[in-house]
Design a protein around this ligand. Structure first.
Ligand code: EPZ
Length: 420
């Protein structure tokens, strides 16, 4: 298994281009199942997750080519069954259920199972499908779903932690070919949901209100092929902004969308890292000494849970007390004990982590547990004195395109090695 070996203490300098968004690309790739015509998706990041989604689509009968960030998919004929071995490896694949139901009026998809960051049930997805008239049964670890005809309806999709991103995506896709009007209340407002709605509308769907808590879908009889360019990855962008601040460097981001990063930029500012627009680029650098800041993760446009871990690495360097409260996933503090191995002082109290920042970090071998936790360990390793080995970086490769090459380009001393 591969690891990153990082020699820390080097301020990052230079420019980096932000890749397409993983969390926008995955549901958009699933949406191509809604038509029997070819689709072309551009700026698809080359990640193990997107390559995996290609495998899933091929297992359903689609043909797919991913070359240089451009994906051509043709789901001429598809089957309505996705097995456990595929779905368990990537939770995001649950968003094939909506398109299958819309196209075939049936779907047999494995339940995704648990995840290190939380239980992550799909009850809201199923609630949405049932509102459209779908009969659902859970048997042998599979969701068995069938419907004579999808009928538009109103449904409230808010749950314990607020809206659901992929739940909103799934119901939106199913409703796009339903008869009549569907209104999703308490819909997720994430930019990835908007990007999916834009792609569906390019396919001939009739969706209004994406990006707001109320989405209205007027069903159409069929959808056609379309071309689309995926939005830039706001989580990758946030990760590089934070790395610039943590290493006291100056980094220019090319291709990032500042309007998708407002909550992150606001908190970085509070913590002593400025992010300025320079033409179409964003430039991050430290103002002066880092300062503590309190963070609470919330649905969009609040502070994203996918940036919580990376921000914790930065605040571990800021003298003073920062309180980080995770409101979206119930066990998303796996990185805390690994950051402690680098010398960070962090205590967990219920949904909050109390960060006593300011103590210099020193390199050590650490273990990645999930995608964003691994990014946090890389940032801490870049800021630490001495060498850090981040093990199990397969987690990172799921969501960051060529992270080591991009960091190297910014002057980081990082290499991919055979690890434990
Ligand atoms: C998406 O996951 C992202 N994944 C996650 O990013 C991200 O953390 C999450 O949204 C929140 O922003 C992709 O887009 C592929 P949710 P999703 O349904 O849609 C609860 C990353 O690092 N819930 O919005 O699966 C759930 O347990 C990943 O790139 C229910 O209770 O997340 C959670 O507490 C990690 N019932 C909350 O809602 C449901 O039916 C939000 O989950 C669905 C969700």
């Amino acid at each position: 298994m591969e690891s990153f070996l990082i020699k820390g203490g080097v301020p990052l300098h230079g420019a980096v281009t932000i890749s397409g968004s993983k969390n926008a690309a995955l549901p958009i790739m699933a949406a191509t199942l809604l038509t029997d015509e070819p689709c072309v998706i551009r700026r698809v990041p080359d990640l193990s997750d997107t390559r995996f989604m290609v495998k899933i689509l091929e297992s359903l009968g689609a043909t797919a080519q991913l070359e240089g960030g451009t994906l051509t998919i043709h789901a001429r004929k598809i089957k309505g069954y996705a097995d456990y071995e595929l779905v368990r490896k990537m939770r995001g694949s649950i968003c094939i259920a909506g398109p299958m139901l819309a196209r075939l009026h049936r779907a047999r998809v494995s339940l995704p199972g648990g995840c290190v960051i939380g239980a992550r049930p799909i009850n809201l997805h199923l609630k949405g499908f049932e509102a459209l008239g779908v009969k659902i049964a859970i048997a042998g670890g599979y969701v068995e779903a069938s419907v004579k005809k999808l009928i538009g309806n109103s449904v409230f999709l808010g749950g314990r932690a607020g809206p659901t991103v992929l739940g909103t995506a799934n119901v939106m896709m199913a409703a796009s070919l339903a008869e009549g009007i569907t209104i999703i209340e308490s819909a997720a407002c994430e930019p990835e949901v908007v990007d999916l709605a834009n792609f569906l509308n390019a396919m001939g769907a009739n969706i209004a209100g994406a990006g707001s808590p109320t989405i209205t879908i007027t069903g159409v009889p069929r959808l056609h092929g379309a071309e689309h360019e995926v939005i830039p990855d706001r989580i990758e962008a946030a990760t590089f902004l934070i790395a610039a601040g943590a290493t006291n460097g100056e980094v220019t981001l090319k291709g990032a969308r500042a309007d998708h990063l407002r909550a992150v930029i606001d908190k970085l500012n509070e913590a002593g890292v400025t992010v300025e627009r320079k033409g179409a680029d964003l430039v991050a650098r430290r103002k002066a000494r880092l300062k503590p800041a309190d963070i609470t993760t919330l649905p969009y446009a609040g502070f994203p849970t996918d940036v919580q871990a990376q921000m914790m690495s930065l605040l571990a360097l800021a003298p003073g007390i920062s309180i980080i409260t995770e409101r979206i996933f119930e066990s998303r503090f796996m990185h805390v004990s690994e950051l402690a191995r680098l010398g960070a002082e962090i205590e967990i109290e219920g949904p909050s982590a109390i960060v006593k920042g300011g103590r210099p970090l020193s390199g050590a071998p650490v273990m990645a547990s999930d995608l964003r936790a691994s990014a946090a360990l890389v940032i801490a390793g870049l800021a630490a004195r001495g060498a850090t080995q981040v093990n199990r970086i397969y987690h990172l490769d799921r969501g960051y395109e060529r992270m080591d090459a991009k960091l190297h380009q910014l002057g980081a001393r990082i290499e991919r090695v055979e690890g434990t």
